[in-house]
Design a protein around this ligand. Structure first.
Ligand code: NAD
Ligand code: DAU
Length: 351
């Protein structure tokens, strides 16, 4: 069957990528989806077991920093578009090893940009480089205000600096070489299959095992939370209807101070685990703050709402409930991703 589009999705074995791959494979049988992932600690093919035998899906185990392998692949598959999610994504890890973030997030993105420029030559009809970015590139807000698409970049962590740099290169390839691109900058995602180094799955896992809940600083940091499947829907919409050369902010209209979110999570976990009310809160432990910790992120998502008609479909209460249920029903998954090297990361970060 000749497919209408041949889409490369990078980082498809990771948290958000796996939801995007599933949505595209299921919704678009006339597209062929190539999931390219090097399977770092954060990549897990178990996330995609339900789609791995579909005829319009293929997996390619390749590192985006391996220029020779990437170029070979491009000759073979002639991709018509890319949704680029592969990245090192955890702020705490970027503080320990910034260079790893430059390699994948900056150099890896550059290698992909060059490969697409070479593959497409100047024939850009029906082609798209869709770069997935983060609200962290905008730096931090005070108590008020929102990030808009025109807020200046002001990254504070090695992670956000590497993402900002890759965003700039994507835009520069658009301006300089005419490469058709679109960028979206999203707030904090949560939901099933998120690696338990990020706040919500880490705390769910620790509550299950009665381990301390390490709250950084005074816990008064604020994030805007979006259910991962709603992010995948927004990506689908931007991929198909977004305007080339534009940036779209994606957010949950859902700001929470960390400590308030943690208290809510503790209450829901007590109910889900049938433990006495207040048991999980006893595990809360204030620890040393994250260096360069951004005080507050908050997204103005009115552009995507007004221009593309997108808004979150799941409330935070619903999303958190689904997330908790998923982790409790998938303890094997949790166990497999937290065995091996996870323990040495955990000990280094928290002990
Ligand atoms: P993740 O860490 O769960 O997954 C990243 C995936 O990329 C993994 O499957 C990993 O194996 C793969 N990968 C890493 N380095 C690679 C390399 N060199 N070559 C090939 N594959 C490689 O990340 P996530 O949370 O799903 O984030 C996905 C993207 O979305 C990232 O670009 C991130 O910056 C962005 N983002 C994340 C959030 C969030 O809240 N998680 C919010 C906004 C934007
Ligand atoms: O805003 C989008 C970004 O959200 C994405 O680009 C990143 O990939 C993603 O990791 C996330 O970054 P954060 O740093 O906001 O997420 P994290 O889950 O690491 O932390 C959320 C908040 O919780 C933050 O204020 C730090 C705090 N925290 C985190 C951990 C892991 C704690 O208090 N204790 C912890 O152990």
């Amino acid at each position: 069957m000749k497919h209408k589009k041949t889409i490369l999705i990078t980082g498809g074995a990771g948290f958000i990528g796996s939801h995007v791959v599933r949505l595209f494979v299921e919704n678009y049988p006339n597209y062929h989806i190539y999931n390219l992932d090097s399977l770092t600690y954060a990549g897990n093919l178990e996330n995609l077991e339900d789609v791995e035998n579909k005829p319009n899906y293929s997996f390619l185990k390749v590192d985006i920093t391996d220029e020779r392998a990437i170029n070979k692949l491009f000759d073979k598959y002639q991709f018509t578009s890319v949704i680029h999610l592969a990245a090192e994504s955890h702020v705490d890890r970027s503080i320990e090893d910034p260079l790893a973030f430059v390699k994948t997030n900056v150099i890896g993105t550059m290698i992909l940009l060059n490969a697409f420029k070479e593959l497409w030559k100047d024939d850009y009809k029906n082609k798209l480089f869709y770069h997935i970015s983060t609200d962290e590139v905008y730096g931090t807000l005070g108590e008020t205000g929102l990030f808009t698409e025109t807020t200046s970049y002001d990254p504070n962590s090695p992670y956000s600096a590497s993402k900002a740099s890759s965003d700039h290169f994507v835009r520069a390839y658009g301006e300089t070489y005419g490469l058709p691109y679109v960028i979206s900058n999203c707030s904090n995602n949560y939901g099933q299959n998120q690696f338990p180094e990020k706040l919500i799955p880490l705390f769910i896992n620790n509550i299950i095992h009665n381990k301390p809940l390490p709250v950084y600083g005074d816990g008064n940091y604020t994030r805007d939370w979006l259910y991962v499947k709603d992010h995948a829907i927004a990506i689908d919409l931007i991929f198909h209807k977004g305007i080339t050369g534009e940036t779209y902010n994606i957010g949950g209209f859902n700001e929470w101070k960390n400590i308030d979110l943690i208290n809510l999570l503790c209450e829901q976990m007590d109910i889900a685990l049938n433990r006495p009310n207040g048991s999980s809160k006893k595990l809360i432990t204030y620890v040393k703050d994250r260096p360069g910790h951004d005080l507050r992120y908050a997204i103005d998502a009115s552009k995507i709402k007004e221009e593309l008609g997108w808004q979150p479909s799941v409330t935070f209460q619903q999303g958190l409930k689904k997330t908790i249920e998923w982790y409790l029903n998938n303890e094997d998954w949790l166990q497999s991703v937290t065995s091996g090297t996870y323990q040495s990361y955990y000990d280094k970060q928290y002990n």
